[in-house]
Design a protein around this ligand. Structure first.
Ligand SMILES: NC(=O)c1ccc[n+]([C@@H]2O[C@H](COP(=O)([O-])OP(=O)(O)OC[C@H]3O[C@@H](n4cnc5c(N)ncnc54)[C@H](OP(=O)(O)O)[C@@H]3O)[C@@H](O)[C@H]2O)c1
Length: 269
């Protein structure tokens, strides 16, 4: 039975993915920091999907040793990891100068290095077995810079670069590496983020309805099935992903115009 490890599997997109793989009867390992949240989700999944087996690990992905040890325990319980999905992530919006170094670094450490730590924990063995699939969860904010999201964009752009380079290293060894760029998606993170999203960002991103986490997760799972490298959601993000250097100047012009119109960029409290 396929062993699927999902970091950030206790909430949002990671949890929606857990439901998909649990419905397929996979062996599931979920990693997150909060043990009570993991236990609640384990009970929920066991209730909804009787065929599945679920292992939970409380670990902080910013800590490489903790991540390695947790993933080792997952593999001891359920065997080698066939699919790794790195969905653990955080976002703390705020203009660059208003964002503390701690908040900036936390986002890089969690979103970029947290993913790298999880990949490092499974990659060598996947290569040896000549099989395995890795899906990194970036963001639409990994395709274009957004006002108030310097740290988050940096972390998610960097994940794309990591995925791009690792893909070519991994392919000759039978390991597939993918990266997805979800749009605004209804999750607990999104609700928290909205409270802190600068008005400028709301204006430039428009007031498009967020996607449901189930729809986003389904598309991610299908991309993993196909070994698809990049996964875009909606035509704007697709155009940005495929034709970024041509599309970005136009979008940036549009964004700057929107910010000017609201008299944005100033020192509002
Ligand atoms: N929602 C969106 O609009 C959106 C859009 C684009 C991309 N994304 C990306 O999608 C991924 C999932 O986001 P989401 O919206 O589903 O967020 P979410 O509902 O807040 O879930 C985040 C998950 O990551 C875990 N996590 C956070 N920091 C961690 C750490 N240091 N170590 C281990 N686990 C950690 C959380 O559990 P604990 O807090 O208990 O650790 C939780 O399980 C993130 O990478 C996010 O950047 C989201």
């Amino acid at each position: 039975m396929t062993h699927v490890i999902i970091t950030g599997g206790s909430s949002g997109i990671g949890l929606a993915l857990a439901h998909i793989y649990a419905a397929r009867g996979a062996r599931l390992s979920l990693l997150a920091r909060s043990l009570p949240a993991l236990e609640a989700v384990q009970a929920e999944l066991a209730r909804d999907h009787r065929e599945t087996s679920i292992h939970i690990e409380s670990a902080d992905v910013t800590d490489e040793d903790q991540t390695f040890a947790a993933i080792r325990r997952c593999e001891d319980a359920f065997g080698p990891c066939a699919i790794l999905i790195t969905s653990a992530g955080i976002v703390e919006p705020g203009r660059f100068e208003a964002l503390s170094s701690a908040a900036f670094n936390r986002q890089i450490r969690t979103n970029l290095l947290g993913s790298v730590h999880a990949v490092r924990a499974v990659y060598a063995a996947m290569k040896e077995r000549r099989s395995g699939r890795i899906m990194l969860v970036s963001s639409g904010a990994g395709l274009i810079g957004i006002y108030g999201y310097t740290a988050y964009c940096a972390s998610k752009f960097a994940l794309h670069g990591f995925a791009d380079a690792l893909r070519s290293e991994a392919k000759p060894h039978g390991v597939s590496v993918s990266v997805c760029f979800p749009p605004d998606t209804e999750t607990p993170q999104f609700s928290r983020e909205l409270e802190h999203r600068p008005l400028e960002a709301t204006v430039i991103m428009g007031r498009v309805a967020p996607w449901s986490s189930a729809t986003v997760a389904l598309r991610i799972a299908r991309a993993i099935d196909k070994g698809q490298f990049e996964v875009f959601f909606g035509w704007t993000l697709w155009a940005l992903g495929r034709f970024g250097s041509a599309v970005k100047p136009v979008l940036n012009w549009w964004f700057d115009r929107g910010i000017r119109r609201i008299g944005g960029g100033g020192e509002r409290p």
